[in-house]
Design a protein around this ligand. Structure first.
Ligand SMILES: NC(=O)c1ccc[n+]([C@@H]2O[C@H](COP(=O)([O-])OP(=O)(O)OC[C@H]3O[C@@H](n4cnc5c(N)ncnc54)[C@H](OP(=O)(O)O)[C@@H]3O)[C@@H](O)[C@H]2O)c1
Length: 262
């Protein structure tokens, strides 16, 4: 399948491991110039080096927190300075803590809003003017199945990620005329470090072993297994490609049939 992504410039946020990293590799494999970020510099630089040597891709890597508006602005400016523009922006960040409502704190609510919602606002705000100049762009937010179906004890995610969907739909409506397509991808249970962290927390609160927790999650899907980061990445790369040129304002779940609704 010809994706038409050769020489496109892709930002993939929060990409030193997990879904972000797999997505960065997916764009590198398609011949894109790549800009990646995460907070821990050493791990990020190691991933950048690996992607350069494996795919021959040009990779820019900068360590910062996506909840820092100024850092996002500086990063996008550096990407444009180095590559001459930006075509694709995948917003992503670490997930919020797993908690029921009465265990939440105001500080954590504010942090969840900053990390899992405002970061998408910051990136969109910076990249859209560059995409408008080219009359072509793709913004893809990585959120969660919680945008369609709340998950027990993930109240921060259940609440805050809904705002991202509202943002995605609004941007899709406002900037479709400029050739900018905006979509949201919602992972189900995907085998990454984040899921191990959730299993640990669920195990501590339920008394079940982590293995039982993983088995239960897999059993809850139609496909009876967890997802792989590459399966998320393939969907994101496809949404950015010319093969998905009439899709905008949508949430695509990559969840193995975990979502129970029609
Ligand atoms: N895995 C799942 O089953 C699943 C299911 C539903 C939704 N999701 C959501 O999908 C997203 C990606 O999940 P994942 O499983 O790939 O997570 P992960 O394995 O924990 O990886 C998170 C990545 O984001 C970076 N990161 C975290 N916070 C950041 C910040 N504030 N600024 C910059 N970089 C940051 C991390 O590096 P540093 O620590 O160095 O910053 C790391 O590279 C998360 O929002 C997660 O909640 C995941």
């Amino acid at each position: 399948m010809e994706t038409g992504l050769q020489n496109r410039v892709a930002i993939v946020a929060a990409s030193s491991q997990g879904i972000g990293r797999a997505t960065a590799e997916g764009f590198a494999a398609e011949g894109c110039g790549l800009a990646i970020c995460a907070r821990k510099r050493e791990a990020l630089n190691a991933v950048a080096e690996k992607i350069r040597s494996q795919y021959g891709a040009e990779v820019m890597a900068e360590a910062f927190d996506v909840a820092d508006a100024g850092a996002v602005r500086d990063f996008v400016n550096s990407v444009v300075g180095r590559f001459g523009g930006v075509d694709i922006c995948v917003t992503n960040a670490g997930g919020p803590p797993a908690k029921g409502f009465l265990a939440t704190t105001i500080e954590e609510w504010k942090r969840a809003v900053e990390v899992n919602f405002m970061s998408a606002v910051y990136f969109a705000h910076e990249v859209i003017p560059h995409m408008q100049k080219k009359k072509w762009g793709r913004i893809i937010t990585v959120t969660s199945i919680t945008t369609k179906q709340p998950v027990a004890d993930l109240v921060y995610s259940n609440a805050v990620r809904a705002a991202v969907v509202g943002l995605v739909k609004s941007l899709a409506n406002e900037f479709g005329k400029d050739g900018i397509l905006v979509n949201n991808v919602g992972p189900g249970f995907t085998a990454t470090d984040r899921l191990k962290e959730l299993a640990r927390s669920r195990s501590a609160s339920s008394g079940k072993s982590e293995e039982e927790i993983f088995d239960g999650w897999a059993a809850d899907t139609a496909l009876k297994r967890l997802g792989e980061p590459r399966e998320l990445a393939d969907t994101i790369v496809w949404l950015a490609s010319e093969r998905a040129s009439y899709i905008t304002g949508q949430t695509v779940l990559v969840d193995g049939g975990l979502y129970k609704g029609l």
